[in-house]
Design a protein around this ligand. Structure first.
Ligand SMILES: [Zn+2]
Length: 136
């Protein structure tokens, strides 16, 4: 067993460091608390930052899906109504699939371009350009 681990160590040392540095894409889980009839995501800005999207864009999507009003306050997002972190995480994942991940290659290295009334998800990894619906 010890030999095997030593072997593994040696194998690791032979792998160029870039392999371990490849960018990982993690969506932070929402950290929430419910206060009266309001639900607050404490790490809202971190989530938008991890997704590389404008905080108001994600906010618009969440408010529409939750059918409620809300406001961004510094790091936090505050929604009217009581919601669970599961509900919010599911919606954030749905948002990610529509507005972040490239439909062609699945990578998150994308940005949104606006042309007139139309919006496109443009992939910096493979160059794909897909039209997306604007959030009403
Ligand atoms: Zn792509």
């Amino acid at each position: 067993m010890e030999n095997y681990e030593r072997l593994l160590d040696r194998a690791r040392q032979q792998v160029p460091p870039e392999v371990f540095e490849s960018k990982r894409f993690d969506i932070p889980k929402s950290v929430i608390f419910v206060e009266g009839n309001r639900t607050i995501i404490r790490n809202y800005r971190d989530i938008a930052l991890a997704l590389n999207r404008d905080p108001p864009h994600l906010m618009k999507f969440l408010m529409r899906e939750l059918a409620t009003a809300g406001v961004i306050e510094a790091q936090r997002a505050v929604f009217q109504g009581r919601f669970t972190s599961k509900t919010l995480d599911d919606l954030i994942l749905r948002y990610t699939k529509i507005y972040v991940l490239c439909p062609e290659c699945g990578k998150p290295d994308t940005h949104i371009e606006r042309e007139h009334r139309f919006q496109f998800l443009v992939c910096e990894a493979c160059g794909a350009k897909a039209s997306i619906k604007s959030i009403q």
